[in-house]
Unconditional design. Structure first.
Length: 253
């Protein structure tokens, strides 16, 4: 019964993604640059990217780092790299490398797409549904939904060695002025625990502002972390991929 339910959910998700115009965006590659604010203080930059890794997978990255001046107070460099199936967007390989203050973490989760067994730190630890997401891939996957106010979307994610049910509530609409322009947004609150600047402790809360257009750009992402609220606000959008490193300019042709 449990397996049958997973298969039905997977089929529904696959049918939803068919013909999605974002598919072309992801194949061409996309780079999103953000300004980071810690506790209302400008303190760094972040970059999120997506591009084909090969004929069957996309590679997604997220790197957030403190500025040199903010690093004197608290140094942060959080990196996430994930590979997902092009067909289902299901997570295949998820690595997070976190350096926050004096603490650090580097761990990888790998999911076998045939057996649906997840391996973490070299040990098999759980069976996962046919379609499962990680905190970063879910942010991208939700962009393909026709988001509507008061809607609730449900997913399963794998993070920190655990499977978690996620309810993403589209709570309201809001207009944001950002360095990348003015956007009418749909505000989404996923009830989940995540990684890095999208943290994994139980007290975390996340809010995502998606642009209210076909792209559903993640215009702003706010996470309540141990060091306080972290807000990433979109500074620029570029087609294609050239570097995962925040602040690194596109090479001139």
């Amino acid at each position: 019964m449990k397996r049958a339910l997973f298969v039905l959910i997977a089929a529904a998700l696959l049918s939803l993604g068919a013909g999605n115009p974002l598919t072309q965006v992801y194949i061409d590659g996309e780079t999103l640059d953000y300004d980071l604010v810690w506790l209302r203080v400008s303190g760094g930059a972040a970059r999120m990217t997506i591009a084909p890794a090969d004929d069957t997978r996309y590679r997604l990255t997220s790197i957030g780092k403190s500025s040199k001046s903010f690093a004197r107070i608290y140094s942060v460099r959080d990196e996430i790299e994930t590979f997902v199936s092009r067909d289902t967007f299901s997570t295949l390989h998820y690595r997070k490398m976190l350096k926050e203050g004096r603490s650090s973490k580097d761990e990888t989760t790998v999911i076998d797409p045939t057996s649906h067994i997840a391996t973490r730190r070299g040990d098999e630890f759980t069976e996962v549904p046919p379609v499962v997401f990680d905190p970063l891939s879910l942010i991208y996957y939700m962009r393909g939904f026709p988001l509507k106010a008061n809607e609730v979307l449900r997913f399963t994610i794998i993070a920190d060695g655990k499977l978690r049910a996620v309810e993403a509530h589209v709570v309201r609409t809001e207009t944001l002025d950002t360095p990348a322009g003015k956007f009418n947004c749909l505000v989404v609150e996923p009830h989940m625990q995540a990684a890095g600047i999208f943290r994994e402790d139980a007290k975390s809360q996340m809010t995502i502002w998606y642009s209210d257009d076909w792209r559903h750009l993640p215009v702003r992402i706010r996470s309540e972390a141990k060091i306080g609220a972290i807000t990433a606000t979109l500074r620029g959008v570029s087609s294609g991929y050239w570097s995962a490193e925040p602040g690194e300019a596109r090479p001139s042709k």
